[in-house]
Design a protein around this ligand. Structure first.
Ligand SMILES: [Zn+2]
Ligand SMILES: [Zn+2]
Length: 161
């Protein structure tokens, strides 16, 4: 499946832009459609310098956290950055998504299942760290890495490997 901008009932649950980049540059985050190889569409919300605010996986069935964790760990340095406790499940029903979504969902008869991976900034000693995404690997090859939070995107360990 080709990653795509969220359409239909997903549009309200997965808007094209997200909130401001938290603790980094305060620029609006943007939803990048990606394929994580874990079934279902997914989006990475990141600022222009690659700081990730959230990754959202969607499906008509509840995305499996263990499956998503494995898929993300294979794309993340270090893999231990991906922890089940940073995952949250949610269901979105028609009314909270607006009228067009309500109609589409009424046809399918099912809510949309979402799984959020949200990694808050953390510290290593005194140094502030964030999760970065590198989009140079294409939407199906998206990579993530933990790095010291600096204004410009630090080098991607996968690109330099
Ligand atoms: Zn930022
Ligand atoms: Zn890279």
């Amino acid at each position: 499946m080709t990653p795509a901008r969220a359409t239909g009932p997903l549009r309200a649950a997965v808007p094209a832009t997200g909130g401001p980049c938290f603790g980094h540059c305060k620029a609006p985050t943007r939803a990048h459609p990606v394929s994580l190889g874990a079934g279902g569409p997914a989006w990475v919300y990141a600022c222009p310098e690659g700081v990730v605010s959230v990754v959202i996986a969607a499906g008509e069935r509840r995305p499996d956290p263990a499956t998503l964790r494995s898929a993300l760990r294979a794309r993340t340095r270090p893999p231990s950055t991906v922890r089940l406790r940073d995952f949250r499940s949610a269901s979105r029903y028609g009314p909270e998504l607006g009228r067009p979504s309500e109609r589409a969902l009424a046809r399918s008869g099912r809510p949309i299942r979402l799984l959020y991976w949200r990694v808050y900034p953390w510290k290593v000693g005194d140094r502030p760290y964030s999760l970065f995404a590198c989009f140079r690997h294409g939407p199906s090859g998206i990579r993530f890495y933990a790095a010291e939070r600096v204004p410009k995107q630090p080098p991607c360990p996968f690109c330099s490997a």
